[in-house]
Design a protein. Structure first.
Ligand SMILES: NC(=O)c1ccc[n+]([C@@H]2O[C@H](COP(=O)([O-])OP(=O)(O)OC[C@H]3O[C@@H](n4cnc5c(N)ncnc54)[C@H](O)[C@@H]3O)[C@@H](O)[C@H]2O)c1
Length: 403
């Protein structure tokens, strides 16, 4: 496995490093002048931390450690409060830094704490999930959840470096790898056809954490995100294309009470978007077939249960890409030719849903066990999950969600 670096060319550019053994070299990514670090980490990935701390202390850094709850539980105000307290006790100043080691939940929290402490201190992100590496840890969106919904409180704060150390993926359950692959395929579909070629060259091999194919995929997906973020750092325009598949995907997540993994829901959402694009005469049907084959090849779902439109539709009307009462949807004309369309008629969307829910032979998809995912509905019931017969208005406070 070789290493590579991608620059995110925002106001203060930073590097995203991809490859093996990167955590061991974390000291090389600490900004000049920073001598004290607080590491916020998910205990599930605590294995490499003692050696890392020894190494950093050996290099003269003062290191503080804070274990945070695994998964979505990390993104709670009381966890941020605990981090602020520790930073206060250790008298952290603006030249001291924070390190986030964990999946997207941990890096979202670490970014939020770094953004808010003294109005902003440096943060180095070391994502440990595939989703974190290609999506959550890059781009400077940080957020925590509230009782009213997911990602409702947050701020843009770019990291000073992102270390995608492939070694840490060795312990990641295969379902999480598969889920992360959905965001990689999305990056391929909206911007980089080369990603799709790499996956075709060995779909199962790409799920091997030690595979050079995976290194290449992470590098390319990071490059897509870096490019879009550099052009649109605060999500005011082009960044919308990264939401391909997310409108229907978020609706599935909400209807399923968040037991579906994010990437799995986005995979079905991309097939849904392709069905819409074909029906709107925007996309050649062969590309819809490619969606299905590619997603299936890595083990992602391509269909969803029938009979749920009455719940999915209100959730889609509340999607964060909507502006006021104007509904927006990202579609593809072709690979690497995304466009944002407005107010697609409900009838067409319903037909696309029927097509997605009618794939012959589709087995029910394995979801997260409740024990793996302790927040029953982190988006908050009152905001996002209407009862079956709800005729909710098309705008709500939930529309302002940040990520
Ligand atoms: N800021 C952004 O731009 C952005 C983008 C996408 C998603 N997100 C956020 O990211 C979060 C989801 O990220 P995620 O899927 O990485 O979830 P996660 O952090 O919740 O991790 C998923 C599970 O994998 C475990 N895990 C993490 N690394 C592991 C490893 N190496 N080995 C074994 N287990 C490991 C975690 O403990 C958890 O149980 C959501 O909160 C979402 O809102 C943010």
């Amino acid at each position: 496995m070789s290493r590579s670096q991608i620059t995110v060319a925002v106001e203060q550019p930073y590097e995203v490093a991809v490859g093996p053994d990167l955590l061991a070299d974390l000291d090389q990514f600490v900004p000049e002048g920073t001598k004290r670090l607080m590491i916020l980490f998910d205990p599930v990935v605590a294995g490499p931390i003692p050696a890392l701390v020894d190494e950093l202390r050996g290099d003269g850094f003062e290191v503080h450690l804070l274990a945070v709850p695994s998964g979505e539980e990390a993104k709670r105000i009381n966890v941020a409060q605990a981090a602020w307290q520790r930073l206060g006790e250790a008298a952290f100043t603006r030249t001291d830094g924070i390190v986030g080691i964990g999946g997207g939940s941990t890096t979202d929290l670490a970014g939020f704490v770094a953004a808010t402490w003294l109005r902003g201190v440096p943060v180095i992100q070391a994502p440990t999930t595939l989703l974190g590496m290609v999506d959550a840890a890059i781009g400077g969106k940080t957020a925590i959840n509230t009782d009213e919904g997911k990602n409702l409180v947050g701020v843009f704060h770019q990291p000073t470096a992102v270390l995608c150390d492939q070694n840490v993926l060795q312990s990641l359950p295969v379902e999480e790898m598969v889920s992360g692959m959905a965001e990689i395929i999305k990056a391929g579909l909206v911007a980089d056809p080369g990603i799709l070629d790499v996956i075709w060259s060995g779909p199962q091999e790409t799920l091997n954490p030690a595979s050079p194919l995976l290194t290449e995929l992470i590098r390319r997906a990071v490059a897509v995100k870096a490019d879009v973020v550099a052009e649109d750092p605060v999500d005011a325009g082009r960044r919308a294309i990264l939401n391909y598949g997310h409108t229907f995907g978020h609706a599935i997540e909400q209807v399923e009470g968040f037991r579906w993994r994010h990437g799995d829901a986005v995979a079905v959402g991309m097939v849904f978007a392709a069905e819409v694009a074909v029906r709107a005469d925007l996309m050649d049907p062969s590309l819809l077939g490619l969606h299905r084959e590619l997603l299936s090849a890595v083990g992602l779902p391509i269909s969803y249960s029938s009979g749920r439109w009455e719940r999915l539709w209100p959730a889609m009307r509340r999607d964060k890409k909507n502006q006021g009462k104007t509904r927006r949807l990202v579609l593809l004309e072709d690979v690497a030719k995304p466009l944002v369309v407005r107010d697609v008629p409900e009838e067409l969307l319903r037909e696309a849903y029927q097509a997605v829910s009618a794939v012959p032979g589709a087995a029910p998809y394995p979801v997260r066990a409740a024990a793996d995912y302790s927040l029953e509905n982190p988006y908050g019931t009152p905001v996002y999950v209407p009862p079956l017969d709800d005729d909710a208005p098309s705008t709500s406070s939930g529309e302002e969600a940040l990520t």
